[in-house]
Design a protein around this ligand. Structure first.
Ligand code: NAD
Length: 238
C-alpha cells in the first residue's frame, strides 16, 4: 500500500463484505443463502420467469433496506482515496447497494447492477425509482411504455455483468489492484485479480476471512474493512 502515490493507477474491487458493517448481509457468511433465500430462487432470470412475485418482493425488501442503512468507515476511506488519486482511481463494485455513491465516490462501475434502478424489459429504459410509492410490494409500471412490470436492474446469475470491456481495460492498465470484502467465488469478478497480476499490478486484499484466491494477493490484511481500510488509506494520503 505504501507504494501508492498520486500517479499510481489504482483499481478497487469491492464485494458484499464492505457493506457488512453497515448492516447489509453478505451471503457467504450465511451458508450461501441471501437473506434466507437460495440464490436460484431469487437471483436468476429463471426465478423471475417462474415466480416473479417472490423475486419482486425479495428485491423490494432489499430496496427498502437501503433507506435504513448508511455508509461505514470503509466506504468513507475509499472516497478519501478517490479524492487523493482523482482520475487514477476506479472503483468496481459487485454490490448492488448504493453505499459507495452515498459515501461520495463517483468513479464507480456497478458491474452487477443497482438496487436503486429498475429496468423495462419491453422498451429497455432504466429508471431511478426510490420514492416511497416505488418501494411497496406492488409491481411498478413503466412510465415510458406502460408495460406493467419493471424488473430490478440487477445482473442475475447466468446474466452478463455490465461494462465488462471498460473493466478489463482498467484492470489491465492498473498499477495496484485491491480486493475488499469479496470471497472470490463469483466469476468473472473473482478472475479480475488474475488479469491484474498477469499485467504486473501489485495485488492487495482486505477481507474478514482468507478469500478463495488469496494466493494471488501480494499483500493481504485479514479483518474488518471498516477498521483496516481507514488506517491503510491514512498512510497513503498523509
Ligand atoms: P460474498 O458474500 O461471497 O463474500 C463476502 C466476503 O466478505 C466474505 O469472504 C466475508 O468473509 C467477507 N466479509 C464479511 N464481513 C466483512 C467485513 N466487515 N470486512 C471485510 N470483509 C468482510 O460476497 P461477494 O464476493 O461480493 O459475492 C456475492 C455476490 O452477492 C455479489 O455478486 C453481490 O452482487 C451480491 N450481494 C451484494 C450485496 C450488497 O450489495 N451489499 C449483499 C449480498 C450479496
Amino acid at each position: 500500500m505504501e507504494q501508492i502515490g498520486k500517479q499510481t493507477k489504482v483499481v478497487i474491487l469491492t464485494g458484499a463484505g464492505i457493506s457488512a458493517e453497515s448492516g447489509i448481509k453478505t451471503f457467504r457468511d450465511n451458508d450461501g443463502l441471501w437473506e434466507n433465500h437460495r440464490i436460484e430462487d431469487v437471483a436468476t432470470p429463471q426465478a423471475w420467469q417462474r415466480n416473479p412475485s417472490l423475486v419482486w418482493q425479495f428485491y423490494q425488501a432489499r430496496r427498502r433496506q437501503l433507506t435504513e442503512v448508511k455508509p461505514n468507515p470503509a466506504h468513507d476511506a475509499l472516497n478519501e482515496l478517490e479524492q487523493y488519486l482523482g482520475d487514477n482511481f476506479l472503483l468496481i463494485t459487485q454490490n448492488v447497494d448504493d453505499l459507495h455513491r452515498r459515501a461520495g465516490s463517483s468513479n464507480i462501475i456497478h458491474m452487477h447492477g443497482e438496487l436503486a434502478l429498475l429496468r423495462c424489459e419491453n422498451c429497455h429504459e432504466i429508471f431511478a425509482m426510490m420514492e416511497e410509492h416505488h418501494l411497496t410490494d406492488d409491481y411498478v409500471e413503466c412510465p415510458n411504455c406502460d408495460y406493467d412490470r419493471l424488473r430490478p436492474h440487477i445482473v442475475w446469475f447466468h446474466e452478463v455483468p455490465l461494462r465488462l470491456e471498460e473493466i478489463y481495460q482498467a484492470v489491465e492498465e492498473c498499477d495496484v489492484f485491491i480486493t475488499i470484502g469479496t470471497s472470490g467465488h463469483v466469476y468473472p469478478a473473482a478472475g479480475l485479480i488474475d488479469v491484474a497480476k498477469s499485467n504486473g499490478a501489485r495485488c492487495i486484499g482486505v477481507n474478514l476471512e482468507p478469500p478463495l484466491n488469496i494466493d494471488m494477493h501480494d499483500e493481504f490484511y485479514q479483518g474488518k474493512a471498516g477498521e483496516i481500510l481507514p488506517e491503510l488509506v491514512k498512510k497513503v494520503v498523509s
